[in-house]
Design a protein around this ligand. Structure first.
Ligand SMILES: *Cc1c(COP(=O)(O)O)cnc(C)c1O
Length: 358
């Protein structure tokens, strides 16, 4: 399949802000997008790089009613050598196909999508911020497009990729967050769609997120749906704890999103010779660990922030401080190392980084 390329004429392109730090997250979009359609008789077809534009959808379009969709989030970076880099992007695309299988969406041809993604990034490469820590956020999305109100998998789909230049999450250094443990609401139950990156999971979390914000907390820490006892993840990040010398995160039991950053933290931790475990972590272990001093650090991991240190945790009526309430040395070292890898600045023993314009 060929990709038809329709570019925005030079004189009609949007101005690119030079003030990278005021970009925020996901508010501004580049000049171009990639689109591709699916129909049962044609398979994936009509692949195009074209001007970023509003979609025309029938109001009966199935994704708008029943949320049959899956998405991804990854980034492109400008290295100090002027190169354009992607980090583990095939892992994101493989996860997209796993989400598609769970949502009964036809799988995407991954090598083709990988080439399309690289081509799109290069078409809009002027949009990749140069300030360290800033990047181009890439959002692939696949949606059900049959105009039909019955509940069944759609026959037709639209896949697209849009891109947004984003600021560093913590432009002035880390700002450790306070998190709120939800014991009223759950994010995902065993057998549900928690391990798929699909819209319904996020709609389901908004109520708890809003209540947490109202009480002065940045994120919600989710417990398992059955016992309301074991840690799952935090907001839209996976979560890590350091108990004495052990680096731990929750196992992928089916209700947790398998993060690319989570996997990177686990592999780097092992590579550094740390004791690394994926095991069940109860909220009691966390609260007691914070009080006894056994809990040295806690941080979230995800593409947007990379590492997000946690300074305090509220569960029921108790508020505990993690470590000394600042950013722990391991959180800092992991952040520096992962960002260094993404920018092509540190040695990459895992072959995680691709340079696009080499
Ligand atoms: C995307 C996401 C993550 C983090 O995944 P990364 O691949 O590291 O960005 C974790 N939890 C949820 C719920 C997510 O949506």
């Amino acid at each position: 399949m060929d990709i038809e390329v329709i570019k925005v004429p030079e004189g009609q392109r949007k101005p690119i802000s030079k003030d990278d730090l005021s970009l925020g997250f996901g508010r501004l979009f580049t000049d171009h997008m990639f689109t591709m359609k699916y129909a049962p008789d044609k398979g994936w077809h009509d692949a195009r790089i074209e001007p970023h534009h509003a979609l025309e959808l029938d109001p009966a379009c199935m994704v708008l009613h029943y949320s049959q969709e899956a998405f991804e989030g990854l980034k492109a970076y400008h290295g100090p050598d002027g190169g354009v880099y992607l980090f583990r992007h095939m892992m994101n695309l493989q996860r997209l196909n796993r989400s598609c299988r769970r949502l009964v969406i036809p799988e995407l041809p991954l090598d083709f999508v990988s080439d399309a993604l690289k081509q799109l990034v290069l078409v809009d490469k002027e949009w990749i911020p140069h300030t360290e820590g800033c990047s181009l956020y890439i959002r692939p999305n696949v949606i059900a497009t049959d105009p039909y109100l019955g509940v069944r998998p759609s026959d037709t789909y639209l896949f697209y990729i849009i891109m947004s230049p984003v600021a560093a999450y913590y432009p002035e250094g880390f700002n450790p967050v306070k998190i709120w443990v939800s014991d009223d609401y759950v994010r995902a139950a065993f057998g549900g769609v928690g391990e798929a990156k699909t819209g319904g999971n996020y709609a389901a979390g908004l109520k708890a997120q809003t209540e947490a914000k109202k009480s002065g907390f940045t994120q919600v820490l989710w417990l398992d749906a059955k016992e309301r006892k074991y840690i799952e993840e935090v907001g839209t990040m996976n979560i890590f704890f350091i108990f004495d010398d052990e680096l731990v995160t929750s196992p992928l039991t089916g209700s947790i999103l398998p993060g690319v950053t989570r996997d990177s933290v686990l592999k780097i931790g092992k590579h550094w010779g740390m004791t690394v475990n994926e095991r069940m972590i109860s909220i009691d272990e966390v609260m007691e660990g914070a009080k006894s001093g056994r809990l040295k650090e806690c941080f979230g991991s995800g593409t947007a922030a990379i590492i997000s240190p946690v300074k305090a945790i509220k569960y029921k009526d108790e508020l505990v401080t993690v470590g000394n309430g600042g950013t722990g040395p391991i959180a800092q070292k992991l952040y520096d190392h992962i960002l260094g890898l993404q920018l092509g600045k540190v040695a990459d023993p895992f072959d995680w980084v691709v340079r696009l314009d080499a």
